[in-house]
Design a protein around this ligand. Sequence first.
Ligand code: PLP
Length: 534
Amino acid sequence: MIKTDYAKYSKLSPFELKDQLIAIAQSKTDRMMLNAGRGNPNFLATLPRRAFFQLGLFAATEAEFSFSYMPEGLGGFPRQNGLQQRFDHFVLSNTDRSGVTFLGKALSYVRDQLGLDADAFLLEMVEGVLGCNYPVPDRMLHVSESIIKEYIFREMGVHGLEKEAVDLFAVEGGTAAMAYIFNSLKQNKIIDYGDKIALGVPIFTPYLEIPELNDYQLKQVFIHADPKHGWQYPEAELRKLEDPTIKAFFLVNPSNPPSVKMSDENLVILADIIKKRPDLIILTDDVYGTFAENFKSLFALCPNNTILVYSFSKYFGATGWRLGVIALSKDNIIDEKIADLPAEDQLALEKRYSSLTTDPNCIRFIDRMVADSRNVALNHTAGLSTPQQVQMVLFALFNMMDSQQYYKKAVQSVVRERDLALYRQLGTTAPQDCNSINYYTLVDLENTSRELYGHDFADWVMKTKVPAELLFRVADETGIVLLPGSGFAVEHPSARASLANLNAYQYAAIGRSLRKFADDAYQEYLATSIATVD
Ligand SMILES: *Cc1c(COP(=O)(O)O)cnc(C)c1O
């Protein structure tokens, strides 16, 4: 075997390292490269997609009632008159198609359970799926916003807030949400040069990197989750947020990569901190919230301080759809901060938004995000495409109508089985606690070494092995790419595997490869320790 100099890899950035790992994993022609570094799930919700396509066929027929004297292929706007009767007929005459049956039930659910106007809903869906109008309102379609709010309230554990007290902005996934939020915080001087920002780490890499913000030379304060305590934040770490110079706290909850939701104890401490720091802005990225049981978002806990980001990408297996929302309370501290800006900043912002209204000072932060997302001037054509909003609504209804939560239980058991398959082969216990959602797993080099072959061996591994070696060995032997924990600001040498995007036997192969690495290292350790004992 050729001895590779792994030390040189420790100098690579996480992205360069990933590219090198992919190259090695692909280097053997007789096998497939498998990327367990990606968060993209390999499962997806099918019924709401069936519903989407059936709705599309119904809507196309509706459109063809107009201009029917013209050559084929030309239609007009759907008409509300008699729409529901025709829809009912469509549902009743296609009961053999599950997507159609779902649509019929969805209409009943929206009318009878959510108490919304069925005619308005149907017209919004039919027009929406055809995509024959600009999204109006640009922030989000009316009935769609009501339905998604209901979904967000239920899944994010929001109680005791009025629906009217919250606004949603429908966006192109969590990625767009982050870009829009950061940009508007910056444009509106909420975050300024040299400001101090706290990050809950480990965290999804882009939060460590957002160049827009790096231009601002922000000072980052890390709030470290503790691996010894199930990756919860120790109280002393959270109390750092009491420092009044910290402007905002960004976190991912449930976290990525440790994949745990914040414990109730953590939530209580945070609520107390917010009492002392009512000016602290919280940005919570809760894209994994729907994988958890009884999830409670910080948005539910301190709605006036918190911007919530939710994405449909992971839970519904819909990364290609680009679906997400930003939620913000009408009563929020960001709008207060904008109102309190120095006169000179106020004037500049008044100018920035003057094309939108005669009274730009009154534009709320959420609407500023909508405008900023299209460089203000193109505000009238802003917004998420209407077919996307329709699919988002169908996903949310699918979840809400599933009163036994069969889908949630199914995805939970899929990732859990993969987790077990990996650790069974590795021969260590799978990290488990009630807050874990198992979307990712972090294999810690030191702990694993200790659990397999004891303290002395673990110490030797930490002294002699470069963490990158483990990743390269796995890539070389199995063709499977794992990511280094360091890319997510994990302090301890570790590897991140997504449990969402490969099948159970492939996770077993990862476990076997990791075990082989440990066993080989142990032989090496025995040889060197025999050589040195004398
Ligand atoms: C995957 C992921 C996103 C991006 O989601 P999209 O909706 O696909 O853009 C955002 N935040 C976190 C923490 C993620 O893991």
